[in-house]
Design a binder for this molecule. Structure first.
Ligand SMILES: [Zn+2]
Length: 289
């Protein structure tokens, strides 16, 4: 039994490493198919062996601490995992058992992906107003703890980038809407908190089994719960906006108007805005004290 189980584990590790090693999406998905097949065969083998081996003699009345791994192995193919393992669902993943979850390379995707993804997340947070970035980081981690596989898609957006977005679905000369379906924002350059490092767009991982982060804004994700969580972290969730609601968008204006932000930006860019915000924060803190 143990030998078979070890084979399953080894096969999982090999197959997963193979998938990771391959850069081309097509080959990777092919390898994944192969991996799934190998695993299902091995799993069946484990199940058969388990059926053949005599049932554990459970005469002892004293409840014993369960040596989980072996007895749990066949069950993984069937139903829900008992332990609330960190990454959400993915019932078909073979690496879900308590035993297989130990070494990092065997862990289901979100965990290892998060490890590499953390770098990208931090790089994006670094471009934002630091106190805001801190709030966003906490919010993202809290969401992940609640089983929502989210990260930041975009934070800071330059005026040029904002303008390019604004042109989508609009005539570049008159700026009038020509195709409503293509419009992604109602905010021209300078009229979005993104332009001042005070907003983020959040994204879900669309396929927690498939290697790599699959950007997804599908309606199937719990956007409302995410928005509520963001709000509880002091962020303004655009999900609740009456006009042009946006599930992924979270911001914090710190009571500043666009006119004020724009004036400061012209004077000294985001740094100027951020130092004014810092001063304001200090002032309110000292009046509170
Ligand atoms: Zn946004």
């Amino acid at each position: 039994m143990r030998a078979v189980h070890e084979k399953v584990t080894t096969a999982t590790v090999c197959a997963l490493s193979a998938v990771r090693a391959v850069n081309f999406a097509e080959s990777a998905s092919m390898l994944q198919k192969v991996m799934t097949t190998i695993l299902s065969v091995l799993r069946r083998l484990v199940a058969t062996k388990a059926a053949q081996s005599p049932a554990p003699i459970a005469i002892s009345i004293q409840p014993e601490p369960k040596p989980a791994p072996l007895s749990e192995a066949p069950s993984m193919a069937s139903s829900t995992p008992k332990t609330p393992v960190q990454p959400p669902k993915a019932p078909e993943q073979p690496v879900k058992t308590a035993e297989a979850a130990k070494p990092l390379q065997e862990v289901a995707k979100p965990l290892q992906e998060f490890a590499t993804f953390e770098g990208a997340l931090e790089a994006k947070l670094k471009l934002l107003y630091p106190p805001f970035a801190k709030m966003v980081r906490l919010f993202i981690f809290e969401a992940r703890k609640k089983g929502m596989a989210v990260s930041v898609f975009q934070g800071l957006r330059t005026f040029e980038e904002q303008h390019a977005l604004y042109l989508k679905g609009r005539d570049p000369k008159t700026l009038k809407t020509v195709d409503k379906k293509l419009v992604v924002t109602n905010a021209p350059a300078g009229m979005s908190m993104h332009n001042y490092g005070l907003a983020v767009d959040v994204v879900f991982d669309g396929d927690e089994v498939k290697p790599g982060w699959q950007w997804s804004w599908s309606q199937k994700h719990p956007w409302k719960a995410l928005a509520e969580l963001g709000r509880s972290h002091g962020l303004e969730a655009a999900y609740f906006w009456k006009s042009f609601p946006e599930g992924p968008h979270f911001e914090k204006s710190y009571g500043m108007t666009y006119r004020e932000l724009n004036a400061l930006y012209r004077e000294g860019g985001t740094q100027m805005i951020w130092s004014v915000l810092d001063m304001r924060q200090k002032a309110t803190q000292s009046t509170k004290a």
